[in-house]
Each structure stands twice: as C-alpha cells, then as structure tokens.
Design a binder for this molecule. Structure first.
Ligand SMILES: [Ca+2]
Ligand SMILES: [Ca+2]
Ligand SMILES: [Ca+2]
Ligand SMILES: [Ca+2]
Length: 541
C-alpha cells in the first residue's frame, strides 16, 4: 500500500463550511442565539424588540432558498406581534417594538410579515396572517401591500400555538417570483421586479428578521435548516485520483446527479471521486417533501498529493505509539490535534490531517482511527479443592486473544472434574500470558462415629453422637439397636457435634449393660447428598 499504488484522499468540504459558518448574524435588542441555527428574537415580555441581520449582503439577481422553522409564541388572544423576514440595503441594526413588528417605515425594503396581532387601524384580518409589503408600509391597503394578507397556516387561524411551523421562502430571480410556504403549503406568491422597482436597480441587500412585542407579547424564534446564502455548496478543486466528501444539508431526502463517480447518490454526504471535472446537482426534499436544488462543480486539476496515513482502522499494542506520515512536496499540514508537522507520533484515537499544496490550489485529507490491543494477562483464580463428583468451570478473565489449554482445547473456558494442574495460555499480537491452577478432589462426606463410649456420668465420653470435621450439615436420624434388633434410641434433626442430643446408654430410663450395640444414622452432607451410615459401638462402664 505504501508503494506506487495511487493513494486515496478525502477532501473535507466540511472544513470549508466550518470556515464559512461563523459568518453569523448581527444581533440587536432582545435577540440571542440559542444554538448554531436557532435564534430567539424576543422574549415573552411586553415592549420588546429583537432583530437579526446577516452582515453579508446578498444579490437579488440570484435565486435563493431559505428553509426554516418559526415559533410565534404560546399566547393567542393575548399574544403579539409577530415576525418579519426582511430585505433592505440600509443597516444591520434595524428594529423596533410594537405593531410595526420592527419593520414599519424601513425604506426601501421588502418584508414578509407573519402577523399575530390584529391592528384594526392597519386593516389586519382577525386571523394570524402573512403579507408581502414594501418600504415598511404595514397598512394592508394601497401600493405598499404587495400580496396578502392571507391566513398564515392552511390548517388553523391561530399559529401562536407553542409549536414550530415550517416556513420556506423561495426567490426565483429569472421569473422574478417570490414564494412563501407555511406549514408545507404555498400560501403566497408575488411576482415583481423587486430589484428595479423597490431597490432602484441595486440588487445588494441585507437579509434578516425583525420581531416585536407591545402591550401584548409572545416568545418569537427562528431556526434555519438551509439558506442558499450560508449553506450553498462551494465548488472544489480535486487532486487527480483523489476523493472529495460532499455535504448537502437542510433536507430529509437527497438525490445527486449524475451518479457517476459518487459513492451513493441517495445520501446527503456522498464521496465523489470523478475522473474528470463534473457538475453535480443535488435535489433536496425538505421536511414537507418540497424539493430545492444545489450544485457543486468538482474540478479535477492540480498536482497529485500522495500520502496515506494507513488503513482507516489500525490497531496498536497498549502502550505503543504509531508514526503517522503525511509528507508531501510543497505542502502545509494541519492535524486534527493542531499540529502542523509532516509527521505525527500518536497513541490511540482518531486523527485526521489536511494537506494543502502551497504551489497549487489543491487540498487533500486523510483520516485514521487507531485502536489499542490490550496486552494479555491472565488469572484463573486460586487453587481449589472439589468434593467428589463435583467439577469447576475454569474461565479466562481476559478475552482479547486466542486460548490454548494443557489438553490442547481452545475455548475460553474448561470444565475441570479431575485432580491435577490446569494450565491456560492466552495469546494475541501483543504477547502471551499463562496461568496454572491446581484442582484437588476430596471427600466431602466424612462423619466420625466413636467405637466405644462410657455413660457413667463422669463428664467424659458419656454420650454417643455423630462427630464432624466440617462435612456434616445435619443428622436427620440417629437410631440405636440391640444386637437382636430392638430399637433402643431414636433422635431426629441433630446438629453435628451436638453431644447433648446423643445416646446416653439408657433404655426407658434404665442404664443398659456393657455390650455391643448397633447404630444407624442418616446424614445430610455439605455436597447435598444424604447417606445412611451404620456400625457398632461398645458400651463400657
Ligand atoms: Ca395574537
Ligand atoms: Ca398586526
Ligand atoms: Ca398585518
Ligand atoms: Ca393568533
């Protein structure tokens, strides 16, 4: 792989996006950024004004798409005033409180209002509505009212319902058609020569949002999914033989064309490896299923940059390091950890590097994930003694390797039922560990019966009972018989070594004569087995 095989490169367009994204909005008044894509325009407090304006002017001679969600608050009858999506060439600090929604009187301008308060003096309809207006003329009469008002949502007269609503604004510069979609439906369309009629022929305008509260209020928010202004795919120059990671956004479904040279034309982020310069068009369907389009020109040009960090998934032994080498001619380096050297000595982790040729406009990228292989260690546990008939499962406590037991078996565990030494070796690329454990087998059913006792009340050896060294759980039954088979004594459920419940050498209260007697006992042992034992005992006086 490291010889003259063409190497694989990944151009991370995401890096270019990352550089472009911080061109965020100028925030005025009550407005705050909630996250990378969401802005709160006003709090639900009376008399507030909040606006956001992008500091980079857009060109209205070019088409655009803005796909977003807007939140118009949770208060209906007592909620006000709404949001305006506006375009104007004047300033990035416009805005104001009250029924003008921050946009009244801004001249020249184009505004799309989402109005949630009925100002009867402005001829507002009773329902929450959308209108397109020019020059900050918020009266729904006369030449300033370009389109609408229409009910904002096709589904409900009230959109101050504590929910985000999908909103999409499309500008087709060739057709001079402005379309407004709300809750997935086309609600308003306006056709007009906006550049010449409103902006005096200058197509460059700021774009942004204003919002306001007055004697009533609501929480107002906007969240962007896609804007042509910020998210349009940048064209790229691809090193010959290289790859480029494309990244579309803002939709639910994606389809790239042509499919040639793409890893998968149906995902937002295919890897493109065209052999010749190609213009790719992506059709993006938003959450409403309505398509928009973006395109990227992938130009195959420049010098080849040959480097390869190694297989994308690489493993090293615990404690070791790896030398990553991105050395290329006439190049600058930027590693994911900030290093700018051609090589990097690293431990486990994820690393990427961007190599920029300083003699041509050509960027290459590679990445590698390095995992660690643990060094074998092994503990089979302590030596152990088993009861007869029992076995023990010996198991490796280390799983990252191959196993070999003393008998040649290769499972990670082995059942030991016979006495002896059990040895396991576990091996992987990083070494071998072994452990040995001794297994002994012993009787677990030992009980001791005296062969004589002397019940003469001298305090020594006065009772006959079952004596235990640790194996007896319980004596279920103890019986004493005469040599002719007569039952003389019986006791049940006795603890081991419980001398007081043994036989005192009497029958019906009378001391028996010295003689040989027969005992029978049923004993529960610690291995769970119940066994009967019998024998003879000599009674002496
Ligand atoms: Ca309202
Ligand atoms: Ca209003
Ligand atoms: Ca209105
Ligand atoms: Ca309402």
């Amino acid at each position: 792989m490291q010889t003259d095989v063409p190497k694989i490169f990944l151009l991370l367009i995401a890096l270019l996006f990352a550089a472009a994204l911080p061109a965020q909005f100028i925030l005025n008044g009550d407005a705050v950024a909630v996250n990378d894509s969401c802005y709160r325009l006003t709090e639900a407090v009376n008399g507030r004004a909040g606006s956001i304006w992008n500091p980079t002017k857009i060109n209205l001679n070019q088409s655009f798409e803005v796909v977003m969600d807007i939140f118009l608050g949770c208060e209906d009858a007592l909620g006000a005033d709404g949001i305006v999506f506006g375009f104007q060439p004047l300033s990035t600090s416009l805005g104001g409180a009250g029924g003008g929604i921050g946009f009244a009187g801004v001249t020249p301008s184009l505004g799309i209002e989402f109005d949630t308060w009925q100002n009867t003096d402005l001829l507002d309809p009773a329902y929450d509505h959308i209108a397109v207006m020019r020059d900050g003329n918020i009266f729904h009469t006369g030449a300033g009212n370009l389109a609408g008002p229409v009910q904002a949502s096709p589904n409900t007269a009230n959109v101050e319902d504590c929910r985000f609503h999908s909103l999409r604004v499309s500008w087709d510069a060739a057709a001079k058609l402005l379309s407004v979609y709300f809750d997935c439906a086309l609600r308003l369309a306006y056709t007009g020569d906006i550049v010449n009629d409103i902006f005096g022929g200058d197509p460059l305008v700021f774009w942004g949002f204003t919002s306001a509260t007055g004697g009533a209020n609501n929480l107002h928010q906007v969240c962007f999914s896609y804007t042509t202004f910020q998210d349009k795919l940048p064209d790229v120059v691809l090193c010959p033989g290289g790859q480029v990671h494309l990244q579309a956004r803002g939709g639910v479904l994606y389809n790239w064309a042509p499919p040639e040279g793409l890893s998968n034309p149906g995902i937002p982020n295919p890897v493109a490896s065209p052999t010749q310069t190609t213009e790719y068009v992506v059709t993006v369907r938003d959450a409403c299923g309505i398509p928009f389009y973006d395109s990227v020109r992938v130009e195959v040009a420049g010098d080849s940059v040959f480097f390869n960090l190694g297989p994308p998934d690489t493993a090293i032994c615990q404690g070791q390091t790896l030398l990553l080498d991105a050395t290329s001619s006439s190049a600058a380096y930027r590693w994911s950890n900030g290093a700018q050297t051609p090589t990097l000595t690293v431990e486990a982790g994820f690393y990427s590097v961007t190599v920029t040729k300083t003699d041509t406009f050509c960027i290459a990228d590679d990445q590698i994930y390095i995992s660690t292989i643990p060094i074998p260690r092994l503990n089979l546990g302590p030596d152990t003694a088993l009861c007869e008939g029992q076995s023990i499962l010996l198991r490796s406590d280390f799983t990252f390797g191959e196993f070999r037991w003393q008998d040649g078996s290769t499972a990670d565990s082995l059942r030991a039922a016979r006495p002896g030494l059990y040895e396991l070796a576990v091996s992987n690329e990083c070494g071998t560990a072994t452990d040995v454990v001794r297994v002994d087998i012993e009787s677990c059913r030992e009980a001791f019966f005296p062969n004589a006792f002397s019940p003469n009340d001298d305090g020594r050896n006065d009772r006959f009972y079952v004596q235990d060294g640790g194996d007896v759980e319980r004596i279920l039954l103890l019986r004493i018989f005469s040599r002719w088979g007569n039952l003389l004594f019986e006791a049940r459920d006795i603890l081991p070594n419980e001398a007081g419940r043994g036989w005192d050498g009497r029958f019906n209260g009378e001391p028996l004569n010295p003689d040989i007697y027969v005992y029978y006992a049923e004993i529960a042992f610690r291995d769970g087995v119940v066994e009967g034992r019998k024998g003879e005992v000599l009674l002496v006086r």
